[in-house]
Design a protein around this ligand. Structure first.
Ligand code: B1M
Length: 211
């Protein structure tokens, strides 16, 4: 069994094979983070690159994404196993108008793995839903993901809604996603930015002073 075969199964969008291979790899003692980074994430990166070059299209991207999620369902408990205990409560969602959730789910997995209590609001989450969830659950951090340049403004709207609701000083705001930058995070008054799932965990801990 090699991680390359997991990469291939995700890349080709073979969900059941991807899940089976991840299961076998784990049974054989391969490190969950190696399977994640060199198998699943690397395969999706190539999918993205080919899409950008016009050599792959939306349906194929979606099929690959589903294979990645099938692999993730097997990996998730093992990623969580490695890490330490309770660090705080995180409310996480992909912002309004945006349906991309693979990166957001990875961030959530890594957060849970690092001992955060996670409330995942899913995708296409409106500012009002973020506000309501923070009121209901009293989170330490609200994490927003955006993969489209057209949905980045929804992060601004959400930060404004938090301020209007009197919640802005009660939660730390963490933002990320492929088009999001530190400069943008600073512009909208977010507390933190992370470019990938593992740094998201580190930034979250820094924000709460628990690193
Ligand atoms: Co979409 N898509 N997509 N897509 N898609 C992108 C994002 C795109 C860059 C592709 C391209 O054109 N090159 C492009 C956006 C262009 C832009 O805005 N500038 C794009 C487009 C255009 C679209 C549609 C509009 C296509 C269409 O319909 N014509 C459409 C929009 C739908 C919508 O959201 N309303 C669409 C649809 C889809 C699918 C449904 C087919 C599928 C999503 C499936 C799913 O998520 N369940 C999909 C996919 C798979 C992609 C690409 C290929 C891969 C995204 C991904 O999962 N990457 C993507 C191309 C690319 O990224 N190169 C693309 C793997 C993932 C692990 O990385 O999500 O970046 P990422 O997450 C990383 C970091 O960004 C970070 O950590 C993660 C892990 O390391 N991170 C955070 C993410 N969130 C964070 C939050 C944090 C911190 C870090 O704190 C809270």
């Amino acid at each position: 069994m090699s991680i390359k075969s997991i990469y291939k199964a995700v890349f080709e969008g073979d969900a059941s094979r991807a899940a089976d291979l991840v299961q076998t790899a784990l049974e054989e003692g391969l490190a969950p983070t190696d399977i994640l980074n060199s198998g699943c994430i690397a395969a999706m990166a190539e999918v993205g690159q080919l899409f950008e070059q016009g050599e792959m299209f939306v349906p194929e991207m979606l099929i690959a994404a589903r294979a990645m999620q099938a692999a993730m369902a097997i990996l998730k408990p093992h990623l969580a196993e490695d890490e330490i205990s309770s660090s705080g409560k995180v409310i996480l969602g992909t912002v309004s108008g945006d349906l991309h959730d693979i990166g957001k789910n990875l961030v959530g997995m890594m957060m849970e793995g690092a001992g955060f209590e996670l409330i995942d609001l899913g995708t296409d989450v409106s500012a009002a839903t973020f506000v309501q969830a923070i009121r209901e659950h009293g989170a330490d951090i609200v994490g927003m993901s955006a993969l489209l340049t057209t949905t980045m403004p929804a992060m601004t709207t959400t930060v404004e809604a938090l301020t209007e609701a009197g919640l802005r000083d009660k939660v730390k705001v963490l933002v990320g996603g492929a088009p999001v930058t530190q400069v943008f995070a600073d512009q909208i008054g977010a507390d933190g930015f992370a470019s990938d799932a593992s740094s998201a965990t580190r930034v979250a801990k820094n924000l709460l002073g628990t690193s």
